[in-house]
Ligand binder design. Structure first.
Ligand SMILES: C[S@@+](CC[C@H](N)C(=O)[O-])C[C@H]1O[C@@H](n2cnc3c(N)ncnc32)[C@H](O)[C@@H]1O
Length: 207
């Protein structure tokens, strides 16, 4: 089995259920060490493009560990994480409070296909290892394009085996991305000797 497949199996011991309480707690225990290198790498990428006082939204935030890394790097930004699993949100809120970050990050129960954010309200949309759970990529792309501010950035990271090609097609069909490049690039992060991750990124058209 390739390293990418093995890493995916560690992150997802089972693929059939949502993140209930037990899986949410065990995912948090695993991810805080196994995925810290990825969170750091992504936080650096996001911190580099986010404008002053940016609004940053992490879609499928899980335990919210990426937002901790961002809070450390960018004290000026507003950080929100959404996830459809109430158990993940509970874990995320608890770990943020335990790290005294409760005042910096906000969590909401929400699905990528139905984001509770106004149109054009987010400067940077980010997501890690969540896209391969999204059942309806066109619906996800429609919502991501809707909430992204003109000139905003979209950065979606997932395993290279995730349906990133379908995500590219769905995003390219959105008007706000029609005049810009939507790209897929391999991502090296942390201690992994190979490159199991990739990023889909785009910037929305300026107003
Ligand atoms: C493997 S975890 C990744 C969590 C976190 N982003 C990380 O990198 O550690 C996948 C997350 O995506 C969430 N998810 C699943 N379906 C989703 C959807 N339709 N919209 C948004 N998030 C979803 C799950 O609840 C879960 O928390």
């Amino acid at each position: 089995m390739s390293l990418a497949k093995r890493l995916h199996a560690v992150v997802h011991p089972a693929h059939d259920t949502g993140f209930d309480r037990r899986r949410s707690v065990s995912y948090d225990r695993m991810s805080r060490w196994a995925l810290r290198g990825l969170y750091r790498r992504v936080a650096e990428d996001v911190a580099a493009v986010a404008p002053e006082s940016a609004t940053i939204l992490d879609v499928g935030t899980g335990p919210g560990r990426l937002l901790h890394e961002l809070a450390d790097r960018r004290p000026d930004v507003t950080l929100t994480g959404v996830d459809p699993s109430p158990h993940m949100i509970q874990v995320a809120e608890r770990t943020a409070t335990s790290r005294s970050l409760g005042h910096r990050v906000r969590f909401q129960i929400a699905d990528v296909a139905n984001l509770p954010h106004p149109d054009g309200s987010v400067d940077v949309l980010v997501s890690t290892l969540s896209l391969h759970h999204w059942p309806d990529l066109p619906a996800a792309a429609t919502q991501l394009a809707r909430v992204l501010r003109p000139g905003g950035h979209l950065m979606i990271y997932d395993f290279r085996l995730a349906p990133l090609g379908a995500a590219l097609v769905a995003l390219r069909s959105q008007d706000v991305f029609a005049a810009t490049e939507v790209t897929r690039t391999p991502v090296r992060a942390g201690w992994y000797p190979v490159t199991p991750f990739a990023r889909v990124s785009a910037s929305s058209a300026q107003a």
